[in-house]
Ligand binder design. Structure first.
Ligand SMILES: [Zn+2]
Length: 454
C-alpha cells in the first residue's frame, strides 16, 4: 500500500514538473505540493536511505551549501541538492522525488539540503538528517517570522526531532550556540578566535542572556552580535569551538586563515572576501566533519570555491568589472558595507532597493544598517540608486552623509546598465533580493558568460 502511494505521489510530482516546464515556467512549489497532498509521508519515505546534511540559519545558507557541494564535486561523490534555492518542504520534497525512481529508491545516497528556518522542524522530522548545520540567527524578514528568538525556538523544536543528528553550530552567535546546550546530540562548535572589531556593533539582535535575561558582555566582537560573548550574571558563555579561525588575514579577494581543529593547525584559503565568508567556510568544514568526509581534502578544496548565486559574483559588463553583492537585512548589509569600505581601489557603488513581496514589503530595515560608517570613511564621485524604492534609498544615503550631488537615480534597467558600462572604474552593486534577480539578469545578458557558480 505504501509503495503504491509513493509511486503515485512521485509520478504526480514528475508529471506536474514536466507540465510546468512544458508551459515554459520554472521554480514553482507546485510539484512538491501536489506530491505531498497525495502522500504526506512522502518526504520521510524518500529520505530513508539518504544521508542528509540540512543547512539552515539567517545568513550564509546558500554560500555554505555551495561550499559543501563544491567539496563533494572535488571528491567526485554522487549526491543531490536543492541548488535552485527551493528550500521549503514542498521544494525539498520535489528535489528528493526528482532524485528517486518511481518506487522511491534514491539515485544517490548523499544530499545537501538548504532549508528555510520556518520549515526546518517539518523537514528534520521527515528526513532525520545525519548533520544539522545552523549558520547564525539575525533579524530577517520580520513580517514572516517575527522576533529572532521565535526563530531560535523554531529551530530548537526541529532539533528535538532528530536526537542522533550531529549539530554544527556557530559558537560566536549566542542564539545559535544555545541550541546545542541542553540537547543529547553530539555538537561541533565553530568560531573565529583571531579577529577583534574595535567599533561597538550597532546591530544587536541578541543582547540578553537566554538563561537569566542579563545583558551579554563581550571579551571580543567580530561583527554584529557575534563574538566571544558571556553573561556576567549567570556565567553562560560562548562554548569553546572545536574548529576555530586562529588568525584571519583579509584582502579584497579573500582570506588566509590559520585553522585550528583540536590540537592541529593548518592554513586555509577562503576565496571569497569578507569575514562572513570565513564563517561560512568554517560552517561548511564543521558540517563536512560531522558527515565524516575527509577533512583535509575538504579544506583544500575550499580554495577553489569562488562565487555563489547573487551573494557575491563578478562579471565584466562592457569592460567594467562588476561585483554584485546581495543584501537583504541590516546585518548582511553591514557586512557588504564593510566590504565596500575595505576596498583600496576607487569604485562606484550602486544601491538597489525593491519592495516586492519576496523582499518583505517593509524596507525600513535600511535605516538600521550602518551606511553612516561607510560614508565616514569614504566619499564617492558617483553613486547609483535603483529600484521601486530608489528614492527612499537616496534619502537614506543622504542622511548617512553621502554627497547628494553624487547620487544618480536610474529610472530603468537600461539606464542602470549604461551607467555601469560607462563607469570607467569597478562597480559594486548592492541589491536586495528581487532587485538582484532583475539587475543580475540584465547585466549578465550584456556580460555574456560570467563567472557564475550555478
Ligand atoms: Zn545569564
Amino acid at each position: 500500500m505504501k509503495t503504491i502511494r509513493v509511486f503515485i505521489a512521485c509520478l504526480a510530482c514528475r508529471l506536474s514538473r514536466f507540465l510546468i516546464r512544458l508551459a515554459g515556467r520554472g521554480g514553482t512549489a507546485m510539484p512538491g505540493k501536489v506530491a505531498l497532498r497525495l502522500y504526506p509521508g512522502l518526504l520521510a519515505e524518500l529520505g530513508k536511505n539518504v544521508q542528509t546534511v540540512i543547512v539552515t540559519g539567517t545568513n550564509g545558507k546558500t554560500t555554505t551549501s555551495g561550499m559543501l557541494r563544491h567539496m563533494l564535486d572535488a571528491a567526485g561523490a554522487e549526491y543531490f541538492s536543492n541548488r535552485s534555492g527551493a528550500n521549503l518542504v514542498s521544494g525539498i520534497t520535489a528535489e528528493f522525488a526528482a532524485n528517486a525512481d518511481l518506487l522511491g529508491r534514491p539515485r544517490a545516497k548523499l544530499a545537501v539540503i538548504e532549508c528555510d528556518e520556518g520549515h526546518f522542524p517539518a523537514a528534520v522530522k521527515a528526513l532525520q538528517p545525519k548533520v544539522i548545520l545552523v549558520t547564525n540567527l539575525f533579524r530577517d524578514q520580520l513580517d514572516r517570522y517575527g522576533e529572532v528568538t521565535h526563530t531560535r525556538d523554531c529551530l530548537a523544536r526541529g532539533i528535538a526531532e532528530a536526537k542522533n543528528a550531529v549539530l554544527c553550530l556557530n559558537a560566536d552567535c549566542s542564539l545559535t550556540a544555545s541550541l546545542g546546550m541542553e540537547v543529547p546530540n553530539p555538537v561541533i562548535y565553530y568560531g573565529v578566535d583571531g579577529v577583534s572589531s574595535d567599533h561597538e556593533a550597532n546591530v544587536s539582535d541578541a543582547p540578553h542572556c537566554l538563561r537569566c535575561g542579563e545583558r551579554y558582555a563581550y571579551a571580543r566582537r567580530t561583527y554584529a552580535h557575534l563574538g566571544d560573548w558571556y553573561c556576567p550574571r549567570c556565567g553562560l558563555r560562548r562554548p569553546t569551538p572545536a574548529l576555530a579561525a586562529k588568525t584571519v588575514e583579509a584582502s579584497s579577494s579573500g582570506s588566509r586563515v590559520l585553522l585550528a581543529r583540536g590540537e592541529k593547525e593548518t592554513g586555509l584559503t577562503v576565496a571569497l572576501p569578507a569575514l562572513y565568508n570565513v564563517y561560512n567556510a568554517l560552517a561548511a568544514l564543521a558540517a563536512a566533519d560531522g558527515m565524516g568526509w575527509d577533512f583535509d581534502s575538504c579544506a583544500v578544496s575550499l580554495a577553489g570555491f569562488n562565487a555563489a548565486f547573487g551573494r557575491m559574483e563578478t562579471m565584466k559588463v562592457g569592460g567594467t568589472d562588476t561585483r554584485v553583492v546581495l543584501v537583504k537585512n541590516p546585518a548582511g548589509c553591514d557586512r557588504a558595507l564593510e566590504y565596500l569600505a575595505s576596498l583600496t581601489e576607487d569604485v562606484m557603488p550602486v544601491f538597489c532597493l525593491n519592495d516586492n513581496v519576496n523582499d518583505g514589503t517593509d524596507i525600513s530595515w535600511v535605516w538600521d544598517a550602518d551606511y553612516e560608517s561607510l560614508f565616514a570613511q569614504k566619499s564617492y564621485e558617483r553613486i547609483g540608486v535603483f529600484g521601486t524604492r530608489a528614492e527612499d534609498m537616496r534619502l537614506r544615503l543622504k542622511y548617512a552623509g553621502a554627497d547628494d550631488g553624487a547620487v544618480e537615480s536610474y529610472p530603468t534597467l537600461d539606464a542602470l546598465a549604461e551607467a555601469v558600462k560607462s563607469a570607467g572604474k569597478p562597480v559594486v552593486v548592492l541589491p536586495n533580493y528581487t532587485a538582484m534577480l532583475a539587475v543580475r539578469d540584465k547585466l549578465s545578458t550584456i556580460a555574456g558568460k560570467g563567472r557564475f557558480w550555478e
